[in-house]
Design a protein around this ligand. Structure first.
Ligand SMILES: Cc1cc2nc3c(=O)[nH]c(=O)nc-3n(C[C@H](O)[C@H](O)[C@H](O)COP(=O)(O)OP(=O)(O)OC[C@H]3O[C@@H](n4cnc5c(N)ncnc54)[C@H](O)[C@@H]3O)c2cc1C
Length: 552
């Protein structure tokens, strides 16, 4: 008899688990509180950045990468320090995941019909030491079609199997309770929400029209993280990152409410590493918001100068794109929850990429003509231009005096002193024309330009800011923007959820962000980027394999 597996969450991890289970002959009941048109969850909105090790694209650029180097980078970033408890499975997952990213991921994506662009980015460059945080080499690969290009091969397959009667898809079903008895998952129940035809990503109605309850034998929790639940983020905000920000913008759709993690905990599931999260420091308010407090993250190249709210220039490793959490800590310890980029038109044109599928229509729509026009022209991309024109966090001026005045006006304060900022920029300008420099950021810029990918599309030619050679001056007020949950449901290597006595629970599995992307937090404290989507894929596969292995 065909066995049914229930999956809560139709995001990427749920869709991967469903795909793999269907391939193994199972029937899948896919449950999600959002409307049918929101299938794909966060991944649809993502930039589609993927961490791969020793890939074809890397080799084409002459980048020398290996499992050993990547694992050293991973462990240097993760800094697992709870090995006899919360990190017990997480560390094992980390090693298994780096192996997957080195030897299997590219082929798997290829088989699924996911294509990569030739663009290779260098995210989280580190900047502290060889044994510390960061990617030693560029590893951020971009999916052709961004998030939708990654999601659709899975969602199309699952929806096609629905037509064949092998999938029961239940949108607008919000799970509010999971019952575990005698260490075996038994039932789930919840609310049926009224139909909603809102556009994907737009908050949908919470109006309850009925309730439901199902007996379950095998259940996979793929309900995502807590990125849209600012209250929970503040509750679990770790003291090591300073004060929780008073104001945060939201980098994920409202559907990422994190409630099912608490519901699982109440049912007896072990939730670990709640204090580990991944939020960005380069958030700008969306001029055309889709979800609540909708923020967009700038993925910056290395040349903008970074100042704190009082106008002090930040120092190593707090440079654009180097060490997200260190920078977050530095900012939060200033007592303010924002900071500033100061840059030039030349830099914004070459170095600003906005994260998110809708902010990259050329890549998302696989439009080669638009891609050539946008990425290889001397202008900023249209979405970046739109932010310069309409974004409330952007300030543009012909001279530094006017720029600083406008920056102070934007925050309605006089924290920034023209003379101090001018002195910092002048000192930097004196260093910039040498191919060697005592300024670490300038040295990093020269280093970045050794990599062809950076030189062509990502790192502007070093020039003084105050020489009128680089166009207008620009300042961007950077907000803290929520995104990923690094902890979550603890799972063993078969994806089985662990109970509070550290035993696997019969029939209960978890994958994706709800499980800290595997094991309850395979990133440890810090991520190397592009590792989240891949973590959803890997943990989705592992959960499906685990079900098959333990389905006696
Ligand atoms: C703008 C943006 C850009 C990003 N860019 C990248 C990138 O370039 N590279 C990268 O690696 N990662 C990126 N990410 C992160 C990545 O997209 C997410 O971590 C990943 O998609 C999470 O997938 P998931 O399946 O675990 O969860 P989700 O996508 O959050 O899906 C969870 C699903 O569960 C449903 N659900 C939740 N609770 C319940 C409940 N109680 N009952 C029923 N259903 C429920 C939700 O409605 C949702 O559909 C980005 C994210 C965003 C938002």
């Amino acid at each position: 008899m065909t066995k049914t597996v229930h999956i809560i969450g139709a995001g990427l991890s749920g869709l991967v688990a469903a795909t793999e289970l269907l391939k193994k002959g199972y029937h899948v009941t896919l449950i999600d509180k959002e409307p049918r048109q929101a299938i794909g969850g966060q991944a649809y909105w993502s930039f589609g950045g993927l961490f791969l090790v020793n890939s074809k694209v890397q080799r084409r650029y002459g980048v020398k990468d290996s499992y050993e180097l990547a694992l050293n980078d991973w462990l240097g970033s993760a800094q697992f320090d709870r090995l006899d408890g919360e990190d017990y499975w997480a560390e094992q997952w980390a090693k298994a995941y780096v192996k997957f990213a080195t030897y299997e991921k590219e082929d798997y994506l290829n088989r699924m019909g996911v294509k990569l662009t030739p663009i290779l980015g260098w995210a989280e460059r580190g900047g502290a030491s060889a044994s510390g945080h960061g990617n030693s080499v560029p590893r951020f690969h971009i999916t052709w079609g961004t998030g939708p290009g990654l999601v659709e091969p899975f969602s199309n397959y699952v929806l096609q199997q629905e037509q064949e009667g092998r999938v029961t898809f239940l949108p607008r079903h919000q799970v509010t309770s999971i019952d575990i008895e005698d260490n075996q998952v038994r039932h789930i129940s919840g609310n049926i929400l009224e139909d909603s035809d809102v556009e994907r990503g737009t908050p949908s109605s919470r109006q309850v029209i009925d309730t439901f309850s199902y007996d379950v034998e095998h259940l996979v929790i793929t309900s995502g993280g807590i990125g849209a639940n600012i209250e929970l983020i503040k509750k679990y905000w770790p003291k090591r990152l300073g004060q929780a920000p008073e104001h945060m913008i939201q980098g994920v759709p409202d559907s990422t409410d994190g409630r099912l993690i608490g519901i699982s905990e109440n049912a007896g599931v072990n939730i670990v590493n709640k204090d580990r999260m991944w939020h960005y420091t380069e958030g700008v308010k969306n001029h055309s918001p889709i979800w609540t407090q909708h923020g967009i993250r700038i993925i910056p190249g290395p040349s903008s100068m970074w100042f704190d709210a009082e106008g002090h220039r930040m120092s190593a490793p707090d440079y654009p794109g180097f060490d997200t959490l260190h920078t977050l800590e530095t900012i939060m310890k200033t007592g303010y929850d924002y900071s500033w980029f100061i840059l030039t038109e030349d830099i914004i044109k070459k170095e600003f990429v906005l994260s998110g599928s809708e902010q990259n229509p050329d890549l998302t729509n696989k439009d080669i003509q638009l891609l050539i026009k946008e990425r290889l022209s001397k202008q900023a991309t249209s979405p970046v231009n739109a932010f310069m024109e309409k974004g409330e966090d952007f300030v543009v001026a012909d001279d530094l005096g006017t720029l600083v005045k406008k920056m102070n006006e934007l925050v309605d304060d006089d924290l920034l002193k023209y003379e101090d900022i001018k002195a910092e920029i002048k000192s930097r300008d004196l260093q910039i024309t040498n191919s060697f420099s005592k300024d670490p950021q300038v040295a990093f810029i020269h280093n970045a330009r050794q990599f062809l990918g950076d030189k062509i599309v990502r790192t502007a030619k070093p020039k003084p800011f105050l020489s009128n050679q680089s166009g207008k001056l620009i300042a961007v007020k950077l907000n803290i923007i929520s995104r990923k949950t690094l902890g979550g449901i603890q799972t063993d290597l078969d994806g089985r959820a662990i109970n509070q006595q550290r035993e696997p629970i019969q029939g209960l599995y978890a994958a994706g962000e709800a499980s800290g992307f595997g094991g309850g937090g395979l990133h440890g404290y810090r991520a190397l980027e592009g590792t989240f989507l891949g973590g959803c894929i890997f943990s989705g596969i592992r959960a499906a394999e685990g079900i098959d292995k333990h389905n006696l």
